[in-house]
Design a protein around this ligand. Structure first.
Ligand code: HEM
Length: 367
């Protein structure tokens, strides 16, 4: 056997590098656990040590990290460290503080380049640049502009109805999610890009997008809308009493069923509005956390002082399914929105209607 003094230099260099790397990893682990400014915050040690923890839940188990964060809150309380760099808060009353209280809060750069496009309004990190980029888009999504869009929406509703009617008597099953994706895709693409792929006319409403920018608008606008419509229709079909109430209200309000009334008429119908709100609440189009970063000043949550630069998130799902605010949160119950409802604490229930976010970065497509 060779004595150590005769070992090949490449082996010695390799071993030295491996030892160096092991020392680096050990140092990093110790730093993240005991010396990082976030070390004092509660949470699983494994999550504090490495982002592979999040990778495991979101990539290996596919989209499960949101639910794992909920389990962390059950164990560790309303504020948890969810990875080496980020905190998450589960406290519905704090929503307004985090999202509307501070215009200077920024997006978290690491999460902004999702969908393969990192120079769009929604992915802009700095609050000042975001405001500049968003300003020209606001008029396009104002109530007035959206009202002008009504003839286009009516045309697409007619196409959707024709498409759905084609299934009648054929024994074929219609995938409502595809149908609503085609509907939302055609409306939004026609409005935003000036053309659409006419998916409402394609067989079985097959959807097909072509670029990262389209995909981002699709992610933001189409899937959320389609999912809300699908969920609402599912729950209405699953709940005959709600469906009957809605049908009665609609047939009383619409004298000629062959003509679609304009949106200002429909918005006056309380049960319809309640069904829409409940459908949007329960479908929770965006279930990923929404991080905000205070660039220079510390944030404050109860007794906790959060160092500047720390991404802090909340998740719409946590608020929209908070049983203190929405009893039986997973049940479709439009009545909860009727007659200006309040929470047990006397807050307006609408304060907690956060599926579109709130504040300067809230959804531009809310109308
Ligand atoms: C039910 C339907 C929808 C839901 C639940 C929804 C939800 C959201 C949420 C939660 C955000 C993030 C807010 C934040 O970071 O604080 C957002 C942002 C955004 N949404 Fe929507 N959205 C919907 C429909 C739409 C539609 C129809 C469009 C456009 C056609 C749209 C375009 C956008 C854009 C551009 C942003 C980024 C805004 C910014 O950063 O300034 N969304 N949406």
């Amino acid at each position: 056997m060779e004595s150590p003094s005769f070992m090949r230099p490449s082996i010695t260099v390799g071993a030295a590098l491996a030892a160096l790397y092991a020392a680096y990893v050990l140092g990093l682990v110790l730093y993240r656990l005991y010396f990082s400014p976030l070390a004092k915050f509660p949470g699983p040690k494994l999550a504090a040590v490495s982002k592979w923890y999040e990778f495991y839940y979101d990539v290996v188990l596919r989209g499960q990290f949101t639910f794992q964060i909920q389990r962390m809150h059950k164990k560790y309380g309303p504020i948890v460290r969810i990875n080496p760099f980020e905190l998450h808060i589960q406290d519905s009353k704090y929503w307004d503080d985090l999202y509307t209280g501070h215009k200077e809060y920024e997006r978290y750069a690491w999460m902004s380049g999702r969908f393969g496009a990192n120079t769009t309004t929604s992915s802009t990190v700095g609050s000042h640049l975001h405001a500049i980029r968003r300003a020209p888009l606001n008029p396009m999504f104002s109530k007035r502009s959206i009202t002008k869009l009504e003839p286009l929406v009516h045309e697409k509703v007619e196409l959707l109805s024709t498409g759905l009617a084609a299934y009648h008597g054929t024994g074929r099953v219609v995938c409502l999610n595809d149908a609503f994706n085609a509907f939302a895709g055609d409306v939004i693409a026609s409005y935003c890009f000036g053309f659409s792929y006419d998916q409402l006319r394609s067989r079985d409403f097959q959807v097909n997008f072509h670029s990262a920018y389209e995909a981002q608008m699709i992610g933001a606008g189409v899937e959320t809308v389609a999912w809300a419509l699908t969920t609402t229709v599912f729950h209405l079909l699953d709940s005959p009493s709600s469906l009957n109430k809605l049908r009665t209200e609609l047939s009383e309000a619409i004298s000629d069923p062959t003509k679609i009334p304009d949106s200002s008429t429909l918005e006056q119908l309380p049960y319809l509005a309640a069904c829409v709100k409940e459908g949007v609440r329960i479908s929770t189009g965006v279930s990923v956390r929404l991080p905000r970063v205070s660039p220079t000043k510390p944030m404050q949550y109860k007794g906790w002082v959060i160092p500047p630069g720390t991404p802090v998130s909340m998740t719409t799902l946590d608020v929209l399914r908070d049983e203190q605010i929405f009893p039986d949160p997973v049940c479709f119950h439009p009545e909860r929105w009727l007659d200006k409802p309040k929470t047990e604490d006397g807050d307006s229930l609408s304060r907690y209607f956060v599926p579109f976010g709130k504040g300067p970065r809230m959804c531009i497509g809310i109308k």
